[in-house]
Every structure is written in C-alpha cells, then in structure tokens.
Design a protein around this ligand. Structure first.
Ligand code: GLV
Ligand code: MN
Ligand code: MN
Length: 417
C-alpha cells in the first residue's frame, strides 16, 4: 500500500519516525504529499524534527540560510570537521513520503543506534536538514545548500518568487530567517568534515540486484530552464483557426520536439513537467505559455549543446505558429562524482552494497565541491519516485538506518577524513 501510512515496527525506528509524520502535508487534490519549503506542512515537519532531536538530547539550531542542525556531541569536541548526515523535508508537488524524510528519519534512528551501541565519538556528529531541496516553491533546486556553498547570489535568491508572487526574502522573514543574512557560510562549511546523505533510491537498480542498500558514486548533471512562448491572446469563439497565433499549440509541438531531441541523444533526459498558460481560461487563446524544462546528461558540454538544440527547435516551431520563444536558465549543476576516499570507506563498511550512480539531484551534490560527500541509497520496491508510489519497506528502512549508523560510527571513531 504505497499511499497509506507505513507499517511501523515501533517509534525510534526509521519507519516508526516516518509514521509520526505520515499525515503531514497530504495533498487531497494532487494525491501524495505537497510540502513546499516554509509552507505550514514543511514548518510542521521542521518542528517535528526539532522535537525528535531535542528529545534525544541533541542541540538544535537554525543557521542563517534556514538549515536546521541537530548536534550529537557528548564529548564536547570542537565542531570544525564534524561528521554530518541529513537530507530535506520539503517535497515536490504531489510527491512521495520518503524523498528527503527517509534520510532525516534514518539519521535520527542512526543516532539511537550509536547511543545504544555505546559509541564513543572522536568527533561531533550533526544532522542537517536543508530547505527547498526540490526547488518546487522558488524554482531553484537545493537552494539551502546552494546558499551555504555560495553557489547562488544571495540577491538572486532573495528575489526569487513563488507562484503566489511572494519573494523568498519575504517568506524567509515570515519564517524567522533574516533575509539580509542569506549567503555563503564558511563557518558552516568548515564544520562539515564529511557529509553522508541517505536517500530513497529513485530507480530500480537495487530491486534488480536484490540488495537493500547501495553506496552512491555520482550525480548526473542537471539543470532547469524556463521557456516562454508568446503569441496573441484572443477570443476562442471569434478567432478563426487560420488567424490564430496560439502559443499553446506552439508549446505542445515544442514539448514533442523536446522529447524527440532528447531521445535521439544517448544518456540524455529532458522533461517538461510544468506548463503555465497566461491568462489560462477555457475560452481564451493564451497570450503566453511558460514551460519549465529539466535536462540531464552525464556530459556537461552535451547538456549545453542539447539545450541549445531544443531552444532552436522551439524557435522554429514558434515561428511556424506566428509566435516567439525565448529560453532562460534557472539553475544548473554539473555532473558530480562523490569523494572517492569517503566512498571507499563506506564501501569497506558495507561490502555487499553495490555502487550506484543516480540521475536525481541532492544537497550532497551541491556540497561535493566544498567538502567530502557521499550517499547511501535504500531500495524502493516500486522503482518510482516524485510520485505517491515511491515506497520503502519497513525492514529496508531499518537496514538503511543501521547501514548509516555503521558508516557514521566508522567515521566518528576515526581521527579524520
Ligand atoms: C530532485 O530530486 C531532482 O533530481 O530534481
Ligand atoms: Mn526529489
Ligand atoms: Mn531528495
């Protein structure tokens, strides 16, 4: 039953923790979960996390970019060079229950395992919860980690608008995050000696090999572009078919051309997942249609060439329909290979875990140029993600939390790296 509350073996387990938030952010219209950053649902999840962390004796703070940190530091070590794990609590619209929260719940469960085992850490451990990982409210994926890493101009971030027209600055201010202090946080980066993010697998590889947990190797380069097709807004009844300059028709043809263009290039993926006609009325020929394009490819130069090709196709189609098309980049993250020494350490701890690359973006990818990062993936028996069908069996959630605890313990009891 992927869409129902998960079966929990007991609170304190990763599955039990997820059960506590199984009704938060359910979307009765789209189905699944909608938990945009700083929405009521996401704020409720932040509060839940802070409560669960405090109940474990972790010290909880929120940094200047709205990232929550929960510290387990029983020996009072300096925070610089700590072991950090965590993920995000925001979701795509109508998404699943596990993308993000599984990593957060597993991190809490891993701390429980470390405490039960009597682990004596030689470094501090933190759980970090990043905001707007999905970019589903303000359009830029991994906004929290991008801000921390200085990978986005804070002025640009402040001026991003959601679909209601509210700026990120205003939403931050209303959520207790001072928008004037957004931006690169070297102190926070220095605190991360190693970052290990656990995540639900967003494909079928673990099903195919029959293993519950994998170690991540790389993230496919990916970016987002906004394509605006402009035509002539007009009346649906009085405008003859031959007289129309309908951007919706141009947009529809362009979407097919995008699919064909990407299908012709090995390894490429291109998606139009959001279309917004303006003004958007049943009896109105739109004056403009905005489309959001997501393109991914392992080779960054190939991605750039493909996007240029898709833009050229869009311009030709638009001209044939008496319209114009223009493209602007909203975000881009090149292909990332995780730290090889860190990945090898995780593989040494988890010798049966296959090593997998992923086509999904993660905060671990944004942080990778700055600090050693690695990922663990937990089997998803449906192989489906960004959808209510995304799923993790309780037993696998537990295996993932134990695997995370094993990896964190290995890092915490060593001197460095
Ligand atoms: C986030 O999950 C993405 O890959 O876009
Ligand atoms: Mn996601
Ligand atoms: Mn995610």
């Amino acid at each position: 039953m992927p869409e129902g509350p998960i079966r929990a073996p007991g609170s304190g387990s990763a599955a039990g923790l997820l059960r506590e938030i199984a009704s938060t952010g359910i979307d009765p219209v789209r189905g699944g979960y909608s938990r945009p950053v700083f929405s009521t649902a996401e704020q409720d999840l932040r509060q839940w996390f802070a409560g669960a962390a405090s109940a474990r004796g972790l010290e909880v703070t929120t940094d200047r970019n709205g990232t929550i940190w929960a510290w387990w530091n029983p020996r009072g070590h300096p925070l610089e060079g700590s072991v950090v794990t965590g993920s995000h609590l925001d979701s795509v619209p109508g998404g699943g229950q596990f993308d993000g929260p599984l990593g957060v719940a597993s991190a809490l469960a891993a701390v429980d395992h470390l405490v039960t085992r009597g682990t004596t850490p030689r470094r501090a451990l933190a759980i970090a919860v990043f905001g707007e990982e999905e970019g589903s409210r303000f359009g830029v994926a991994c906004l929290g980690s991008r801000l921390m890493a200085g990978a986005i101009d804070p002025d640009r971030a402040r001026n991003l608008r959601d679909q209601q027209g509210d700026t990120f600055a205003d939403v931050c201010a209303a959520s207790g995050v001072d928008p004037d202090r957004l931006g690169r946080d070297d102190e926070a980066l220095r605190r991360i000696g190693a970052f290990v993010e656990l995540h639900v697998e967003q494909g079928r590889s673990l099903i195919d090999v029959g293993e519950p947990v994998a170690v991540g190797s790389s993230i496919l380069g990916h970016g987002r572009w906004k394509l605006t097709v402009s035509g002539q807004g007009n009346h649906a009844g009085t405008t003859l078919m031959a007289d129309r300059r309908d951007p919706m028709v141009a947009a529809a043809r362009t979407i097919v051309a995008i699919r064909d263009g990407a299908a012709a290039q090995k390894g490429a993926r291109a998606t139009v997942g959001r279309v917004a006609p303006v003004p958007g009325g049943t009896n109105v020929i739109a004056s403009r249609v905005d489309l959001w394009l997501d393109v991914r490819h392992p080779d960054d130069a190939a991605t750039a060439a493909l996007v240029e090709d898709l833009h050229a196709r869009a311009r030709v189609i638009a001209a044939e329909e008496g319209c114009t098309a223009s493209l602007s980049e909203e975000s881009y993250s090149g292909t990332v290979h995780f730290s090889s020494p860190l990945r090898q350490r995780l593989s040494a701890v988890l010798p049966h875990a296959p090593v997998l690359e992923t086509g999904a973006g993660h905060d671990a990818g944004v942080l990778a140029p700055h600090v050693p990062t690695a990922m663990l993936f937990v089997r998803n028996p449906t192989g489906v993600s960004h959808s209510p069908e995304e799923y993790v069996e309780d037993e696998d959630a537990e295996r993932g939390a134990v695997a995370l605890a094993d990896c964190l313990e290995a890092l915490l009891v060593s001197d460095g790296g």
